[in-house]
Ligand binder design. Structure first.
Ligand code: GDP
Length: 481
């Protein structure tokens, strides 16, 4: 049934495509990686003829009209572009982050680069931009696991040194549960809430962990409070039979429901229909939190990337007939670093996704890793310090940010030496924990979004960025040729 429904969706997409060329672009990344900011900046720059010299069609003056249109899927929330732009430009604040899936259609009219196709007609392509939490992709491995296996893995993870303190309230509550006793709803809810709370706290700044399935416990979308989201791992014995309506049986049933009504529909209805994908990664946060967080990020990224090239024999592998043919991994918020560190950041992220990306390339997808800032909130400068030239970034920290004890009011510009990323990150990461642990922490504060900037001609105003145009050229450039 899954396959039949998917085949129908796919056929409908393909038929529509004949009359109206479209490209479905997935935008994902773990929470706060920068998805909302990326989509907002991308759309704003395309709509307003922003400075995008590395997007060939734009540089060659071949882009004509660009406009937003009704999105094709009526049941998916619309990406709140207008509101987000207003928040950035008028309030000078960052917009509300991604909480669930949303979609936006942007249509571009362009002239083809080759004179031959130009004879026939001007080109037109619609980008269907699909924004969804990367946490949801972490659920794919659950499809191959029953409740006992899921529980065992989750509980093992919860006992890892970097997690056990955070997990202890949940583990304690779980130990009180009599697996064979009749389940009562209040206890189930409390237990599940405590498990979700543990996962959420793993995400927070100090720990900054990333491998945290089930994904909807972090990003419930519109399913908060439903039975399919009200379960927790329990120390059940594999293969054992538990009385009907016991804690063990009820939680196992809800876990299965989670897979059927939450995980599978997402992969079938949304994920399996993507043509291109960008995965945003906030590596700085993990680097600052230390080696455990970096290793954890690596695991999460590998799990996420595996979704794009699942084994043929797996549920998703059997479903995917159309596959993402371009995959961009972008380290975001590069404006927090001086340009001299961008290459190093790229090298670190490349190292983190290395094995997974190689697998994707192996099966025919083009992949690229870049360091980028969808919105550049800082500028670069250098200061002299004891005869040494130090590269710094200059920006306005958000109100309430602190650097070395100094509290900022949201109006005061300041120069920051962001710190050095390791020179040879591949070797450094490979060398193990000590090198990574001994690194001085980066100075990382949140800056206020910038104002629109004039381009060289002085005529257009656009949102400043770093290499957003390179990301665009990779994602859509070939379709504007
Ligand atoms: P999402 O959860 O993936 O949708 O993340 P957001 O797009 O909401 O980004 C989370 C936060 O990261 C924002 O509130 C900003 O503080 C910061 N951020 C994201 N992208 C950029 C960027 O390009 N430059 C800067 N300076 N900050 C960014």
């Amino acid at each position: 049934a899954d396959e039949a429904r998917y085949a129908l969706d796919n056929l409908a997409d393909r038929t529509a495509e004949l009359f109206h060329p479209t490209l479905r672009i997935g935008v994902t990344g773990l929470s706060r990686a920068g998805k909302t900011v990326f989509i907002t900046a991308l759309v704003h720059n395309l709509l307003h003829g922003g400075r995008l010299p590395l997007l060939n069609a734009q540089a060659e003056g071949r882009i004509g009209r660009t406009y937003l249109e009704e999105q094709p899927d009526d049941a998916v929330p619309r990406f709140q572009y207008e509101e987000h732009v207003r928040t950035i430009l008028e309030d000078r604040q960052w917009p509300q982050s991604t909480r669930a899936i949303s979609e936006l259609r942007l249509t571009i009219e362009f002239q083809s680069a080759s004179g031959w196709s130009r004879l026939f007609s001007a080109g037109r392509i619609s980008l269907d931009i699909v924004d969804y939490p990367g946490e949801w992709l972490l659920d794919l491995p659950l499809l191959d696991k029953d409740f006992a296996a899921f529980s065992q893995e989750s509980l093992e993870r919860a006992s890892l040194p970097q997690r056990s303190a955070i997990a202890s309230p949940f583990l304690e509550m779980m130990r009180q549960i009599d697996l064979a006793a009749p389940a009562d709803e209040v206890t189930s809810q409390r237990l599940s809430a405590s498990f979700a709370d543990y996962l959420r706290r793993c995400r927070e700044d100090d720990a900054a962990l990333s491998t945290l399935a089930p994904g909807r416990f972090l990003m419930p979308g519109d399913l908060e409070g439903s039975p399919a989201l009200t379960f927790a791992p329990l120390p059940v014995t594999p293969g054992a039979e538990y009385p009907k309506n016991s804690f063990a049986a009820v939680h196992a049933r809800r876990y299965e429901a989670y897979k059927t009504v939450v995980v599978k529909p997402f992969f079938r209805e949304h994920f399996a229909r993507l043509d291109r994908q960008i995965l945003l990664v906030d590596a700085m946060q993990a680097i600052n939190a230390g080696p455990d967080a970096v290793r954890d990020l690596e695991t999460a990224l590998t799990d996420i990337l595996t979704c794009f090239r699942p084994g043929r024999a797996s549920w998703l592998g059997g479903l995917l007939t159309r596959r993402v043919d371009r995959l961009l991994v972008a380290a975001t918020k590069a404006d927090h670093l001086h340009r001299e560190s961008h290459r190093r950041m790229e090298a670190i992220v490349r190292r983190l996704v290395n094995s997974a990306v190689q697998r994707a390339q192996f099966s025919g997808a083009q992949t690229e890793v870049i360091a980028m800032a969808a919105v550049r909130a800082t500028r670069e400068a250098s200061v002299e310090d004891h005869g040494e030239r130090l590269p710094v970034i200059v920006g306005t920290p958000l109100m309430g940010e602190r650097i070395a004890g100094k509290l900022f009011d949201g109006e005061t510009e300041t120069a920051i030496f962001p710190g050095d990323l390791p020179k040879d990150p591949a070797a450094l990461l490979a060398a193990g924990d000590e090198a990574l642990a001994s690194m001085a922490p980066l100075t990382f504060v949140r800056f206020k979004p910038p104002r629109l900037e004039k381009d060289e001609s002085g005529l257009t105003l656009s949102l400043p960025h770093i290499r957003l145009d390179r990301a665009l050229q990779f994602l859509i450039g070939d379709r504007l040729a």
